[in-house]
Design a protein around this ligand. Sequence first.
Ligand SMILES: CC(C)(COP(=O)(O)OP(=O)(O)OC[C@H]1O[C@@H](n2cnc3c(N)ncnc32)[C@H](O)[C@@H]1OP(=O)(O)O)[C@@H](O)C(=O)NCCC(=O)NCCS
Length: 147
Amino acid sequence: MSQTQLHIRQMTLGDVNLAMNLKDQVGWNQTPDDIRRLIEYEPDGCFIAEFDGVPVGTVSTTSYGTKLAWIGMMLVLPEYRRRGIASQLIQKSIDYLCERGVTCVKLDATPSGQPLYEQLGFLAEWGFQRWEREGENVPTFLLDGDL
Ligand SMILES: CC(C)(COP(=O)(O)OP(=O)(O)OC[C@H]1O[C@@H](n2cnc3c(N)ncnc32)[C@H](O)[C@@H]1OP(=O)(O)O)[C@@H](O)C(=O)NCCC(=O)NCCS
């Protein structure tokens, strides 16, 4: 891939709507607050991939001191997949975490992410299932006043 086509830049609080738009396109359920929290917690460690100037992918890192970090928000828009964009986003995240002295990096994988991570050297530790269903309107109650 030509390096002039792909540009990976830091994700900032100004990118919350952009990240929401990208995750909507792959059907995930994060809220703007979820994304804001990720950026505020790791302001130098969340990234956006732009392909020919078009935002096409995201990744986030969350460090817990130097003993553990988690990679998340790893997505690439369908029409831009199989060009190595996710691989470069992950590499950017790992380089960033290494610079911070993080010694262990983990993530949870979807079926479409697993081959990518295995190719990059991640080892499966355990399995889990993701379930989804339609949401419903459940009332919430507030007891106002001093308790
Ligand atoms: C998973 C995902 C991020 C991969 O993005 P991508 O930019 O296509 O990944 P890359 O181009 O860097 O892939 C690198 C290699 O991983 C492997 N790979 C990636 N996706 C694969 C798949 N679905 N099946 C088999 N191998 C795959 C391939 O060997 C690929 O090498 P190739 O370019 O020689 O084919 C993308 O499919 C995606 O956004 N999926 C939906 C969201 C999601 O599930 N994210 C992962 C959360 S854990």
